[in-house]
Design a protein around this ligand. Structure first.
Ligand code: NAP
Length: 320
């Protein structure tokens, strides 16, 4: 089968398509024929050597995918050959024609959801759900600012927060992005490239401030986030690409919390809980992953440039 392989860390061009053996499922494992693989910013950090310098080379990148179960190992009781599934993490990497997974790294994909959409669930919806519910403990009736709502995680966060009964304010840097954020259910949208845009928060919340901020670019925004929180407000750092200076007094006065979040820390129970919520939301149509572009698997390098260099307006997926 064909797979993208990385023999040394480096720029996107280190990714090469190669022929490798088809994986065989062991006990408790399944093999999925990949119809679409999701591209996440974290794939680029790992490829560059920044995140997992200990990773054994060569490796196949990719955490998310969707496809059809091709083979099942001994003791697999909840998956069957031919079943449509989405993959959230795997044993062998998803940028490939087939991927080896533990049984419960796969989840049922409803017929109404495309494979491209299925490849847009694992990391983006996982990060959004963990930040919103498992870290911030957001409740119906609270006001949530999704700071960077037009990308993969932001779109998921807007949909999840709306479904959860929250008042949602999103931000985006382009007109197309702002339209997209409103279409996902945000009550208001702001332009994070406009000077003074956070001043509008007071008016939008009748002077109260926001309860929860999901922050995609903390190194730019964290110091500006703290003053717009209400008492006991929470900022969850989902993404950050550098250092930042804050005024701790802004947290002190509000008894505010700055919470880190990494999906890698989710326990099996927390993962099971979030995926049960995703399958239910996909079934009833309240969760609708947005695919912005489909790129052939062999052109994975193009996808890695795109995810880091421009507004994605949804998910980039690779097609084997
Ligand atoms: P993405 O699809 O590339 O989206 C990036 C988002 O950041 C877009 O909405 C973009 O908006 C927005 N943005 C750009 N400039 C901004 C600014 N000044 N203020 C606020 N937002 C701004 O990426 P993603 O998949 O959604 O991931 C978002 C971040 O979360 C990445 O840094 C990623 O590494 C991180 N992440 C972390 C975890 C974790 O476990 N901690 C998991 C998943 C993702 P415009 O394009 O409209 O300007």
């Amino acid at each position: 089968m064909k797979a993208i392989r990385i023999h040394s860390f480096g720029p996107p061009e280190v990714m090469k398509i190669e022929e490798i053996p088809v994986p065989e499922p062991g006990p408790g494992q399944v093999v999925v024929t990949v119809k679409a693989a999701g591209v996440n910013p974290v794939d680029t950090y790992i490829r560059s050597g920044l995140y997992r310098p200990d990773l054994k080379l060569p490796y196949t990148p990719g955490l998310d995918a969707a496809g059809v179960i091709a083979a099942i190992g001994e003791g697999v009781n909840h998956r069957s050959i031919g079943q449509r599934v989405y993959v959230a993490w795997s044993l062998s990497g998803t940028y490939a024609e087939q991927v080896l997974c533990k049984e419960f790294q796969t989840h049922p994909l409803p017929d109404a959801v495309t494979f491209g959409q299925g490849a847009a669930i694992g990391v983006p919806y996982g990060a959004a759900y963990r930040a919103l519910f498992q870290r911030a403990g957001a409740q119906a009736g609270e006001v949530v600012l999704v700071h960077g709502a037009s990308g993969g995680v932001g779109i998921a966060a807007v949909q999840l927060a709306r479904k959860g009964g929250m008042r949602v304010i999103g931000t985006a840097g382009t007109e197309a992005g702002r339209e997209l954020v409103l279409a996902q259910g945000a009550h208001h949208v702001l332009n994070h490239r406009e000077a003074g845009y956070l001043d509008k928060i007071q008016e939008l919340t009748c002077g109260r401030g926001v309860d929860v901020i999901l922050e995609m670019l903390a190194n730019v925004n964290l110091d500006h986030d703290l003053p717009i929180l209400t008492t006991r407000g929470r900022v969850v750092v989902i993404g950050s690409r550098g250092r930042v200076e804050i005024d701790p007094r802004n947290a002190m006065m509000r008894e505010a919390s700055i919470l880190g979040m990494t999906l890698y820390n989710a326990t099996d129970k927390e993962l099971a809980s979030m995926h049960a919520a995703f399958v239910a939301g996909l079934e009833d149509g309240t969760l609708r992953p947005v695919v912005s572009s489909e790129i052939p698997l062999a052109e994975a390098a193009t996808a890695h440039h795109a995810v880091m260099e421009s507004s994605t307006l949804g998910k980039i997926v690779l097609l084997p």
